[in-house]
Design a protein around this ligand. Structure first.
Ligand SMILES: Nc1ncnc2c1ncn2[C@@H]1O[C@H](COP(=O)(O)OP(=O)(O)OP(=O)(O)O)[C@@H](O)[C@H]1O
Ligand SMILES: [Mg+2]
Length: 282
């Protein structure tokens, strides 16, 4: 089959809406939080990557670390008073990464066994060792185990031959430690070579440069022309999703490993960034 097989697309879109209306990544149990899931998200600027990343992350029930190189993805929850029972967001400075997971910060509530804690860092791009400082956050995740690390601009953190040790460890060896990883990037070129081989899921938004599409196609082992046709046929904010964990189809069956997904809906977007935010109380 090709990625432009409309029948398969319609079928999966239907399944997505009916079976998993609220979860992030759906179909056939794609994000199981107790196992490591490595997700690469690629697309040109403003193609919708971060919204999808946040949509996926919203369905993850354990602790998270968000590394936001460009400062575009600050969670609104940081600026309002927390509703009891909801995840606890904490902004940390790149110079003050704790050595151990800051359990002492976790809200202590009688009726909530465990509230996810979400650490957000927007590093100072002018810092001389920003990649090393962010590697401290990967170390924190490594020691903490079972959590998710989200990097908005993987290309800043994991350059080929220059990926720092804990970032590399989490990518390559995070499975036993149940550390999931979402890597959002503009371009696949120049990033750590294990990025695509390690990814369980690859979400691809609009990618205008053919060489970039070819790199991704090669990374997932898909026919280049077929892949390019799929990407070029995407509507704004639509994406292809490749699932490496699905087995190749038996003869005659459709290949569901690479499917086109529609853009997130206005309702889904509103869940990520509600327009009416609670007032901050001091
Ligand atoms: N499904 C969608 N429907 C309508 N608008 C969308 C959708 N997804 C994203 N957008 C719009 O596009 C803008 C950019 O989206 P987003 O921040 O997710 O892109 P990005 O690929 O992460 O961009 P960057 O490369 O700058 O990080 C959003 O602020 C939003 O206004
Ligand atoms: Mg983004």
């Amino acid at each position: 089959m090709t990625v432009n097989d409309r029948a398969v697309r319609a079928d999966v879109q239907m399944a997505r809406r009916e079976l998993y209306p609220y979860s992030g990544i759906e179909t056939e149990g794609l994000l199981s939080p107790d196992e490591q899931t490595v997700i690469a998200v690629v697309g040109r600027k403003h193609s919708g990557k971060s919204k999808l990343v946040r949509h996926i992350a919203a369905s993850y029930p354990y602790d998270q670390i968000i590394i936001d190189y460009h400062g575009d993805d600050r969670p609104w929850q940081l600026d309002v008073e927390r509703t009891p029972g909801m995840p606890y967001f904490w902004q940390i400075n790149e110079n003050e990464v704790p050595e151990r997971w800051p359990e002492w910060k976790r809200p202590d509530e009688d009726d909530v066994a465990e509230v996810p804690m979400i650490l957000y860092c927007q590093p100072d791009a002018g810092s001389s060792d920003v990649v090393g400082q962010m590697d401290e956050l990967f170390k924190l995740a490594w020691l903490h185990t079972r959590c998710m690390v989200i990097v908005h601009e993987w290309g800043e953190q994991a350059r080929v031959h220059r990926t720092p040790p804990y970032t590399r460890r989490v990518l390559n060896q995070g499975r036993n430690r149940q550390i999931s990883l979402i890597m959002a990037m503009h371009r696949p070129r120049g990033v750590e070579t294990n990025t695509f081989p390690q990814a369980d899921l690859v979400a691809v938004f609009q990618v205008p440069i053919k060489g970039d599409r070819d790199l991704i196609a090669d990374g997932i082992g898909w026919d280049r022309d077929d892949f390019s046709a799929g990407v070029n046929g995407l509507p704004p904010y639509g994406y292809l999703l490749y699932d490496r964990r699905l087995p190749p189809p038996v003869e005659g069956a459709p290949d569901r490993r690479l499917l086109e997904y529609p853009p997130l809906t206005p309702d889904e977007l509103a869940e990520i960034d509600p327009e009416i935010k609670p007032m901050k109380t001091m």
